[in-house]
Each structure stands twice: as C-alpha cells, then as structure tokens.
Design a protein around this ligand. Structure first.
Ligand code: PBG
Length: 326
C-alpha cells in the first residue's frame, strides 16, 4: 500500500475561514472602471442588443448610471461618444469640438462629480469618422499614422479642457502617447494622465462594441492593432508607451491575453490595466441567460483571474454589478 503524503494542501481548504485566511487575491470595487456610452440625439437610453444591461445613454441616464457606479464603490468611468451618423466625416472632426457629444458628456460628469469620480475619455477617432477607422486615411486609403497624431492632440486637448482627468489613446498609432503628453503639457494640463492602450489586439472579441458605438467600419484594423499570434510585440509596445510618458498601461482584450497581462505586470512598475471587452461580456451574459453558466459566479471568477494575473485596474461592463457584490 502506498504511503499517503504528509504534505496535504487540502488542509488549508477545509473551511471558509481557512480559505479566506489563505486567499492570495482580492478584487476591490475601486479596481473596477466602468466603460459607458453617451449617444447624441437620444430621448431614451437604448439597450445594446448584443450587450444586455449595457446602454447607449442620454445625459440624464449617464449621470444616473455614473452615480450608481460611484455608490457601489467604482471610482472611474471611461466615456465613449456616439455621434449622429450625419455628424461623422473623414477626419472625425466632431471629436475635437467643444460641443461634440463626447466632450459635452465629459464636461457634464465633471461638473456633477468634481474630483469624486475619475472621468476618463476615449481618445480615438473611430466613433467619429465616416469610414470608421481609428485614424485619417491617405490618398491610397491607408491609415496615415502621423497625420492622425495631429488630430489625437486636438482631441486630447478638447477632452482635457472639458474636464477629463484621464485620456486614453486607443488607436494604436505609433508615438501617440508621446505626442499627447507633449500637447497636454504644452497647454498646462500637467495633471491630466494618460491610460495607454498599449497592447491592443485586432480582436474578434470587439464585435458587440461595433454595435454599441454604431461603427461605420468596413474591413479591419490589422494595420494598426496587433496580430493575436504575437507576444513579444506587446512587450515592445509596453516599453514604448512607458518611455513616452504613459501613467497606466493597458492590455486588451482580457481573458484571451492573460499571458500578455502577466508578463506586462512583471516587467513594469507602472499600473497595468486590463479591458474585459464587449465580446467577453456578451459571451458571459448570453450563456447566463440560457442558464448554461452561473453568470454572477463567472463574472467574479473572471475579475479575480485578471487580478491574479497582475492587473491593477479592470475595465469591465460589469463594474457596477460586481462592485455591489464585493
Ligand atoms: C476603439 C475602441 C474599440 C474598443 C475600445 N476602443 C473598438 C475597436 O478597436 O475596434 C473595444 C471595446 C470593447 O470591445 O468592449 N476606439
């Protein structure tokens, strides 16, 4: 008969008290960041079909939802604008206008919440361009990196003037963090921080987001977002964004890229955020609605996995719901 091992890991799992005592990971409400959509010209909030429980907001419903998030312990929201289709153009010019939908939403939340809630704005042109790309196109229809940077500067400055505490360049143009930092500092916005989408993959998990923002994109973003087959490229992107002056780095999507998240968090002394994207949210909600999984348990398990892998912050459409349970 084989001798039983004396090393018995099950000892420390025998009761809730033991399990609580040895738990290595905690998710706090303040770790969570809620992405929100403000839409121009809506009279009622509109639920996004592929993201049950997530809305295109009116100004009123945006403020209410932000209030609920704050009450639950969430400290930061990330705003995306959905302009009227007729306001889109080739250069996404509404993005930098003071009366553009996103900048008005930033201003309204900042006025209401002051410094109690951190207001972050998405700094990318795709919601505002008629072709749906994250940048402007050259004469051959390619996304023109350096011409796009000029517009990101203008957009980031408009967001800072509107009262954003954080801007978040998500377009994956080379040099975007350095240029935005320089533009912000040049106008005295030295306290406005940058959460950099550093490792952002050309992912099919973004599918439902395209409905959420009424995207006009034909084709794909593979000339600027990363190839899912690559890992080291993410480390390069992280190093560049850190050197360019980012305050927080980010990996996106989340669960399929935990390897990247973990490596990034070991490599840098900056906080590394992760974005649990629309498709990840939609899959959990769809399976839960079918009774195929326990939605609440899977939600909390996925958030725990991000923290375990090294995330400092988690952008998630579950933020308010999860914060209430934590
Ligand atoms: C681009 C942007 C996207 C997302 C956040 N910022 C879409 C894309 O790159 O195609 C996706 C977020 C999600 O899927 O939840 N501004």
């Amino acid at each position: 008969m084989a001798t039983l091992p004396t090393r018995r890991p099950r000892r420390l799992r025998q009761s809730p008290a033991f399990r609580e005592m040895v738990a290595e990971t905690t998710v706090r409400p303040a770790d969570l960041i809620l992405p929100m959509f403000i839409a121009d010209g809506l009279s009622e909030p509109r639920e996004i079909t592929s993201m049950p429980g997530v809305y295109q907001h009116t100004f009123d419903s945006l403020a209410r939802a932000a209030e609920e998030a704050l009450e639950a312990g969430v400290r930061c929201v990330d705003l995306f604008g959905v302009p009227q289709p007729s306001d889109k153009d080739a250069t996404g010019s509404q993005a930098a206008k003071e009366d553009g939908i996103l900048n008005r939403a930033v201003a309204s939340l900042r006025e209401r919440f002051g410094d109690d809630l951190i207001i972050m704005a998405d700094t990318c042109l795709d919601e505002f361009t008629d072709h749906g790309h994250c940048g402007v196109l050259d004469s051959e229809g390619r996304v023109d990196n350096d011409a796009t940077l000029d517009l990101y500067d203008e957009m980031a400055l408009a967001q800072a003037r509107a009262g954003a505490h954080l801007v978040s360049p998500s377009g994956m143009m080379d040099g975007q963090v350095a240029r935005i930092r320089e533009a912000l500092d040049g106008e005295g916005f030295t306290d406005v921080g940058i959460m950099a989408y550093s490792a952002k993959y050309a992912s099919a998990f973004f599918g439902p987001f395209r409905e959420a923002v009424g995207s006009s994109l034909q084709g794909d973003r593979r000339t600027y977002q990363q190839d899912p087959r690559n890992f080291h490229e993410s480390l390069l992107e992280m190093d560049l964004d850190e050197a360019e002056g980012a305050d927080i780095l980010m990996v996106k999507p989340g669960l399929p890229y935990l390897d990247v998240l973990h490596a990034a968090s070991e490599r840098t002394n900056l906080p590394v955020a992760v974005y649990q994207v629309s498709g990840e949210y939609a899959m959990i909600q769809a399976a839960a609605q079918n009774g195929w999984i326990d939605g609440e348990a899977v939600m909390l398990e996925s958030l725990t996995a991000f923290k375990r892998a090294g995330a400092s912050q988690i952008l998630t459409y579950f933020a308010t719901d999860a914060a209430r349970l934590l």
